[in-house]
Design a protein around this ligand. Structure first.
Ligand code: DGJ
Length: 716
């Protein structure tokens, strides 16, 4: 049993394979968090320390104020002055105080109302804690779902309004974790378009530090993944707590160090882009947030998160080899037509590609980015024989077919906008701001979703699409809906995401044989909320291998290689050799964006050989355990390896960064190697003992701008 209740102590204990999480019901009211860490059976009892200026319930003392002890959930206005998990009321004050009522432990998990959630397996268990607020009449259920094998616990909440008045939720945080320490660093990933996922690590300080998005997408600017770790923690040592949010819209992750030097972590929808009006009898369900703990460094946390994403988040379709695609974007931009792409497909088939992905430019009057979004039917000038006949001809070249869509957007210069200007997000009296010349459709409006369903259904009728690339190329401003009354406008961000998820569900049901690559101008929605719908995510619009080395290395801290689309792009000056770009792209799922029609036979043959080699390695990259040896954020080079689960195969990659000095020799310790085994580098034929690999394999850095080393070590 992962979850237990010890009656005499009123104690809840959650065990995963290597961790324990515990809390007690105290004072017949509060949930006192006592422990999260290495698996143990010796748990501390709650203790209370007096602090003045902290309010307490009549009959109790300052030491029993909710302001001073670690809790499972805290409520605005009821004596806990730290950032709260919930702000809810029926009287406009925002004040509530939910009191422990009961619990339930059950096998598996419940579905989250229209939201993505981690998949249960036969070992999954859930703890439901019910609390009541007597004044509002609301019932609050906290859920703890346990994914024992991967050391992950997820949390979300449901609020049920059983009172007689409308309750307003003004802040909602799915996960709260109080730690009685603050000697920790916080790791987060920040960035911008074409510069996603920069690694940042800084010591916690008193006050609140946060990452957030108010952009309607999880964003390029801050990723929802964060971690806290010992100041001395490295890849192999130290305590590390990892957090993430299974959601793709605006969010807030807060980390607060309080007056006592204790740390509170909150992950959720926040309050800036969220309010919810809950009428009597209605129920609100928050998105799911997750946490993991590792006593053995950042690397072990990463591997927990990777296994969790692979086994519980990504769809089953991600568990077979992903297609090696030739994408038309960087090769053609908007300049596509049927003849050109059929020639692309022919060359692609002969070179060993699995699929041609027709990117932007195929629909409406989409000859540039100022028109056409929303008009999801083929442009007859580019496809005079129609889409169905075109797709047949593509497939006749021996490749599968993928197509780009951006369902959530509309250009003012489009048939759709001219017919339904009220379907774009907007606030009354203000001209909506543009971004990439486009507006955002009001996905909170069911009529918009119905329209898109009908449109795509008709456009792709009788056509076997194998792959969708689902893009989203701007953030939301002027967030208002023509359809909703004033008191519901604060719900749009959340309703929008539920509309998007509904459309994803429709795509999955309507095109059961197709897979999806998600994208938001590259990595603008690189999150666990997108991952259940797609097999991989376009990591960044920046395909410069030097930038990609940094971006991919940071992405891998939180997300498995399986999720990362890595393309070799059009060669232009300073982008390194084809070999270099290929080896950088081997960090994840390989693809290409090159004009195959302009290519010499020699280049085509090189690419054919790369694809063939990749296909022999793909299973280790996609499913293997990831070990970072040298992060390019710290060193002149990047070194990492993937190990197959039986450790019979190891794939070591070393990428020299621009300006990496020549002549230095690195010893790279491959600790996943088996001591008693002999490994052969399949590429060179050289053999190494497992002991030798564990002690450190020597790699001489060349010091040229585009040197990369690849060793495929296999027990033969
Ligand atoms: C942004 C994506 O990230 C690119 O790969 C490409 O699909 C363009 N959009 C097309 O407009």
């Amino acid at each position: 049993m992962s979850i237990r209740f010890i009656k005499d102590k009123k104690r809840f204990i959650i065990n995963t394979k290597h961790t324990t999480y515990a809390f007690d019901v105290v004072l017949d009211h509060y949930l006192y968090h006592t422990y999260y860490g290495k698996r143990t059976s010796s748990l501390p009892d709650p203790s209370f320390h007096t602090v003045s200026f902290s309010p307490y319930l009549p009959g109790l003392s300052e030491a029993q104020s909710p302001d001073v002890f670690p809790q499972e959930c805290s409520f605005y206005g009821s004596g806990d002055f730290r950032p709260n998990a919930l702000r809810l009321s029926t009287d406009g004050t925002g004040v509530s105080d939910f009191v422990y009522h009961s619990y339930r432990i059950f096998k598996g998990r419940m579905a989250l109302d229209g939201l993505p959630a981690a998949r249960a397996d036969e070992r999954t268990q859930t703890l439901e804690i019910t609390l009541l607020d007597s004044v509002s009449g609301c019932r609050l259920m906290l859920y703890y779902t346990v994914f024992s094998d991967v050391d992950v616990i997820s949390r979300y909440m449901i609020v049920e309004n059983n009172g007689g008045a409308c309750a307003t939720i003004e802040k909602c945080m799915s996960l709260m974790l109080d730690l009685n320490r603050s000697d920790l660093d916080m790791i987060s990933l920040y960035g911008s378009h074409c510069n996603e996922l920069n690694f940042q690590r800084a010591a916690l300080h008193h006050g609140t530090q946060s990452v957030y998005s108010k952009r309607g997408a999880s964003s390029h600017q801050y990723n929802p993944f964060i971690a806290l770790c010992d100041h001395s923690a490295n890849e192999e040592r130290g305590e590390v707590y990892g957090f993430n949010f299974v959601y793709s819209g605006s969010f807030l992750n807060e980390v607060d160090v309080d007056q006592l030097g204790h740390t509170r972590v909150l992950v959720g929808l926040g309050s800036d882009c969220f309010t919810w009006r809950l009428q009597p009898g209605e129920v609100f369900c928050s998105p799911e947030a997750i946490m993991t703990y590792s006593p053995a460094g950042i690397g072990a946390m990463t591997r927990n998160l990777h296994r969790f994403a692979r086994e519980h988040i990504l769809p089953k379709a991600a568990h077979v080899p992903h297609p090696v695609v030739l994408n038309t974007w960087e090769a053609c931009y908007f300049d596509i037509d049927q003849d050109k792409l059929i020639r692309f497909a022919k060359e692609a088939g002969e070179t060993g590609f699995d699929m041609l992905v027709m990117d932007d430019g195929w629909f409406g009057l989409r000859n540039h980015d100022r028109a056409g979004l929303g008009d999801w039917y083929e442009n007859p000038a580019k496809f005079p024989d129609g889409l169905a006949s075109f797709v047949e001809k593509i497939k006749a070249q021996g490749v599968k077919f993928g197509i780009w869509v951006e369902p959530e957007m509309v250009n003012p210069d489009s048939e759709l906008y001219r017919a339904h200007p009220d379907w774009a997000l907007q606030t009354e009296g203000r001209e909506p701001l543009r971004s990439r010349h486009q507006l955002v459709l009001d996905m909170s409006n069911p009529a918009v979703i119905e329209y898109l369903i009908d449109r795509f259904d008709r456009t792709f009728q009788g056509i076997e699409i194998d792959y969708f690339k689902w893009d989203m190329n701007r953030h939301m401003s002027n967030v208002g809906s023509c359809r909703l009354p004033a008191d519901k406008q604060g719900e749009i961000f959340f309703r929008y995401m539920k509309g998007v998820y509904r459309l994803f569900d429709w795509f999955a049901a309507r095109f059961p044989n197709a897979v999806i690559e998600t994208c938001s101008g590259g990595g603008g929605r690189y999150d666990l909320g997108m991952m259940p719908y797609g097999i991989q995510i376009w990591t960044s619009d920046n395909t410069d291998p030097y930038a990609r080395t940094m971006i991919q290395s940071s992405a891998l801290i939180a997300y498995p290689a399986m999720t990362m689309s890595c393309h070799v792009s059009n060669p232009h000056e300073n982008l390194g050799s084809l070999d270099y770009r290929y080896k950088v792209a081997l960090g994840g799922m390989l693809g290409y964006e090159l004009n195959i029609l302009n290519m010499s036979e020699e280049v085509k043959q090189t690419i054919a050989a790369q694809i063939a080699q990749y296909k022999s390695l793909e299973h280790i990259i996609r499913l293997g355990d990831y070990y970072s040896l040298a992060s390019p954020t710290k060193y002149d080079y990047s070194a990492y390896y993937y190990a197959s689960s039986d450790t019979r195969e190891l794939l070591l990659t070393v990428i020299e960064k621009r300006g990496c000095p020549a002549g230095s020799t690195k010893r790279l310790r491959i600790k996943a190697a088996r001591t008693d085994a002999l490994y052969t580098n399949v590429i060179t034929g050289k053999t190494y003992s497992g002991e030798e690999l564990r002690a450190g394999i020597r790699i001489d850095l060349n010091g040229t701008d585009d040197s990369a080393h690849l060793l495929y070590l296999k027990m033969l």
